[in-house]
Design a protein around this ligand. Structure first.
Ligand SMILES: Cc1cc2nc3c(=O)[nH]c(=O)nc-3n(C[C@H](O)[C@H](O)[C@H](O)COP(=O)(O)OP(=O)(O)OC[C@H]3O[C@@H](n4cnc5c(N)ncnc54)[C@H](O)[C@@H]3O)c2cc1C
Length: 391
């Protein structure tokens, strides 16, 4: 990893970027390649980030975190990707806790936030998606039935990432059937599930092998018990709890895509300058230059949208359109940069030891998760442009 060269003028948070880059240099390509082959979890990398306090960036100092802005957290995630590492292993530790921070009771905040901040509790599993409902979240079927001072949960989740590497899971379940509520967004509730206690007692986790190393799982709930005190916010108001965390999640993932794009562009530029074919560097050919230059322009445009979204978030302003557009533009920019990198490297783009093919597989996810491009376009069409709702 002979990175980075600065690909953005006026980068903010220069000190954080330099420190994160230093940490990442201890985890070079061969480390990720070996884990990728085994689909194994980067425990040492996550431990190093935890120890350095980066995953507690967004937790206020009063609860043991560093109380940084979203813009600083985005700089951390972007740098991780720009250095060739993969923050997907732990990015959720940064933002899932936002549900507790914003909607948790004082007792929940005291119980969980300091332990999440020091890394002794991992909250990086987020159980929303289900196999039968997909993007139509309010159609989810997992049901939590109240019985005295506990809830009994039956149902299933899919694509719950990092479930095997998390102590807690934030779970969205129905507490009132959909046909008994006025609006379909009502009757959903959010819970903190202590997976250490639930595993084998109504909770089963089954890993899904995917084209990249992402540690995603299917989860089955078979009369799993949750203490009633683990309800986050009011019963039936869980959709709002989840919605409130989405902008931060989208902006952080967008910043990861910007980092991926920077990594691909730096690799492509270095290779195109170096590789001699027909007695001259391949980068002298416009056919090689232009896709890299175009991806660079796309990345810079996406980066501006990410920064605008983060600034609005940090100022407490609404940022739904910016967060959504940033995620879409950045995911497209990282894909364009990955595509240019494969083409620039010719056959070597396919060789594992160049890491291009690994990053190419990894970055493709973000046009689908955590929300697919079509749904972002629908959001912009409806909520920004005032077009009729399409679904
Ligand atoms: C590796 C991985 C990790 C994930 N991690 C998590 C996680 O930790 N927690 C979690 O809860 N979920 C997670 N997800 C789930 C992810 O958020 C969903 O896959 C994503 O939101 C798309 O939902 P779906 O797969 O059900 O696709 P579907 O909803 O079935 O959609 C399939 C396709 O149809 C399109 N489509 C659907 N409806 C419309 C419409 N009305 N208009 C236009 N196009 C439409 C979509 O854009 C998509 O391209 C993960 C997924 C993956 C692959």
């Amino acid at each position: 990893m002979d990175q980075p060269m600065s690909l953005s003028p006026n980068d903010s948070h220069a000190e954080i970027r330099a420190e994160v880059a230093r940490l990442c240099s201890r985890f070079p390509g061969p480390y990720w390649r070996e884990l990728d082959a085994r689909r194994a979890y980067p425990s040492e990398f996550v431990a190093a980030l935890t120890e350095a306090g980066y995953l507690a960036a967004l937790i206020p100092e009063a609860f043991g975190g560093s109380g940084l802005t979203l813009s600083a957290a985005a700089a951390i995630m972007e740098t991780i990707q720009a250095e060739g590492c993969n923050g997907a292993a732990c990015h959720a530790q940064m933002y899932i806790m936002g549900a507790i921070l914003r909607h948790g009771s004082p007792a929940q905040k005291q119980q969980y936030l300091p332990a999440i901040a020091d890394g002794s509790l991992r909250l990086q599993a987020f159980g929303v998606t289900e196999p039968s409902s997909g993007t139509d979240t309010t159609a989810l079927r997992t049901f939590a039935r109240r019985e005295g001072n506990r809830y009994i949960v039956r149902g299933q989740k899919i694509w719950t990432s990092r479930a095997e590497h998390s102590d807690l899971m934030l779970l969205l379940a129905r507490t009132t059937p959909r046909d008994q509520v006025e609006k379909k967004t009502q009757g959903l509730s959010v819970f903190i599930v202590d997976m250490r206690l639930a595993l084998g007692h109504g909770l089963t986790i089954r890993p899904i092998r995917t084209m990249m190393n992402h540690n995603s799982c299917e989860i089955f709930f078979d009369d799993m018990e949750i203490p009633a005190e683990n309800l986050v916010g009011a019963e039936g108001a869980g959709f709002r709890v989840i919605l409130d965390g989405m902008n931060a999640e989208r902006l952080l993932i967008a910043s990861e895509c910007v980092g991926d794009a920077k990594w691909f562009i730096a690799k492509s530029t270095a290779y195109a300058n170096d590789r001699q074919v027909f007695g001259r560097p391949i980068g002298q050919n416009q056919g090689v230059q232009f896709p890299i230059a175009r991806a660079y322009a796309q990345m810079r445009a996406a980066e501006l949208m990410v920064r605008d979204g983060c600034d609005r978030f940090d100022a407490g302003l609404p940022c739904g359109p910016e967060a959504n557009m940033a995620k879409m533009l950045a995911a497209e920019a990282s894909w364009a940069a990955g595509e240019a990198a494969i083409q620039t490297h010719g056959g070597f783009g396919f060789a594992e030891e160049y890491d291009i093919e690994r990053k190419f597989r990894e970055t493709r996810l973000y046009q689908v998760a955590p929300i697919s491009t079509n749904l972002i376009l629908s959001y912009v069409a409806e909520h920004v442009l005032g077009l009729p709702r399409s679904y």
